[in-house]
Write a protein that binds this ligand. Structure first.
Ligand SMILES: [Zn+2]
Ligand SMILES: [Zn+2]
Length: 272
């Protein structure tokens, strides 16, 4: 029996979501998912002004709530205790400490903002040119590589995250100038035994592909990359499980046969 999971979702413990965990579980079961991974935002920023833009994340309460519902739903759904750890490279000590404090199953590594800058989703890219956007993109991949080098994660989130917001600003950017860095990131993921996330939100954000797109996933596969996770990045109940089956079918066409599922940060391969 093929496995299906939504490996990137947000609950009410994320400042940008109001999802109650029990409703998330009910939706996942209704969609026939075997596994739901809750990955609330912990965005780290050493710059105090940037950090103060977001309310503090209550890691303790979020963790306890996940444990509570994991036990309630244990016969119907694998509820995986996750976290989306943003900008670990900017506060490595804090990142290390939180991972030591809580027994997460799966850690997603993200860059939502460059050092000392606000989240990409807060920036008005329609005010600048595509050429100027490329400068931000080069810095983004540089900082993403730092996250990979640091290694405080299990799966690397939405590799092409800024493209969502460049697109909203009217820019469709070529990734050609960044392919050397992207290939280096893939090589390091493979060597370190870390997974690459395929984020289905690209379809909902009008990008016409997941993040990263199928061409990049083919490059990863050809380089020997086999560890992948697939998540919707749902911030509302309706988006849970969204486009997961569509992406599985695209991944199978490339040659992928399994996703990496995590328990206590150990990988188990599940056939899709
Ligand atoms: Zn994210
Ligand atoms: Zn997310």
């Amino acid at each position: 029996m093929a496995y299906s999971a939504d490996q990137h979702t947000h609950s009410e413990f994320s400042m940008d979501s109001q999802n109650r965990i029990e409703y998330m579980c009910e939706k996942a079961i209704a969609m026939g998912l075997d596994e739901l991974v809750i990955t609330d935002h912990l965005d780290l920023n050493s710059n105090e002004m940037i950090a103060s833009l977001e309310p503090a994340f209550d890691a303790q309460s979020a963790f306890h709530a996940m444990c509570h519902y994991r036990d309630i739903y244990k016969d119907r759904l694998k509820l995986t205790l996750g976290i989306e750890l943003g900008q670990a490279h900017d506060c490595p000590d804090k990142a290390k400490k939180v991972l030591e404090t809580f027994g997460y199953d799966q850690v997603i590594g993200s860059v939502h903002n460059l050092r000392g800058m606000p989240d990409f989703y807060l920036m008005a890219f329609y005010k600048i040119t595509g050429r100027q956007c490329q400068i931000f993109l080069a810095q983004y991949f540089k900082e993403l590589e730092e996250i990979v080098d640091l290694g405080y994660f299990d799966t690397l989130a939405h590799l092409t995250y800024p493209l969502r917001y460049f697109k909203e600003g009217g820019h469709t950017l070529s990734l050609d100038p960044h392919m050397l860095t992207i290939r280096r990131i893939f090589k390091k993921l493979i060597e370190k035994g870390k997974a690459l996330e395929v984020n289905t939100s690209g379809y909902r954000k009008d990008l016409g592909s997941p993040l990263p797109d199928l061409a990049l996933l083919r490059v990863y596969y050809e380089m020997g990359g086999r560890l992948i996770t697939v998540g919707s990045d749902a911030h509302c109940i309706e988006d849970i499980g969204c486009d997961v089956q569509r992406v599985y079918s695209e991944l199978r066409q490339i040659g992928f046969t399994h996703i990496a599922s995590f328990t206590e940060r150990k990988i188990e391969l599940k056939e899709i």
